[in-house]
Design a protein around this ligand. Structure first.
Ligand code: SAM
Length: 183
């Protein structure tokens, strides 16, 4: 996949402007895509525990999207994160390192404003391998996202993959408080 493929995969989940986070951003494939889509009015918190990966993406971002504010955060996204209220967040090929997903997704979604977006990019499979230990199919994700309190989950893109069949992108919304059903 190249930059255009990354942009096309998540395009329908991202609107220009606003504050976003890329959790498990690695060398920045989707940070770059996000930078193109949020544009110069947007800002991005790029979170990874791998300092070397963050350093290499910083150069690429500076060269290609110097007008977009990107703050790099070296952190473990399974631990509490110091982030502002977000208009959206993306996890691309990073949630598959976590076995039990719903609690984490609920905690991460708490960083979103009401109506904020949670974009997931994952292999469309429920059985992994040693490199992709705990993938989650789109079908399973719809259930986990709902358990985590997100709503409106929809698939926004899909591409064939040499590994595990295909990769999809999905977007879900953090509901407004008035939309949350009373217990
Ligand atoms: C397969 S790479 C994906 C990178 C990028 N999002 C992409 O799609 O190309 C997974 C990244 O998630 C990061 N990662 C995995 N678990 C993490 C955690 N608990 N906290 C922070 N980063 C994590 C790894 O360091 C790695 O850079």
């Amino acid at each position: 996949l190249d930059h255009r493929d990354h942009v096309d995969l998540i395009r329908d989940g991202v609107t220009p402007g606003g504050t976003w986070a890329d959790l498990g951003s690695g060398t920045g494939a989707f940070t770059l895509a996000l930078a193109e889509l949020v544009g110069p009015r947007g800002s991005i918190y790029s979170v990874d525990r791998d300092t070397f990966a963050l350093r290499s993406q910083a150069d690429a971002l500076q060269a290609r999207f110097p007008a977009v504010t990107v703050r790099q955060v070296t952190a473990d996204f399974t631990q509490p994160l110091d982030l502002p209220t977000l208009d959206g967040l993306i996890m691309a090929n990073s949630l598959h390192f976590v076995r039990e997903k719903a609690d984490l997704v609920e905690r991460l979604s708490a960083h979103l404003r009401e109506g904020g977006r949670f974009v997931l990019v994952e292999y469309d499979a429920d059985r992994g391998n040693r490199w992709v230990p705990f993938p989650i199919s789109y079908r399973s994700w719809t259930a986990v996202a709902t358990t985590a309190g997100l709503c409106g989950t929809r698939r926004i893109g899909s591409v064939p993959s040499r590994f595990l069949g295909s990769i999809y992108a999905a977007v879900s919304d953090r509901p407004a408080a008035s939309e949350i059903p009373a217990a």
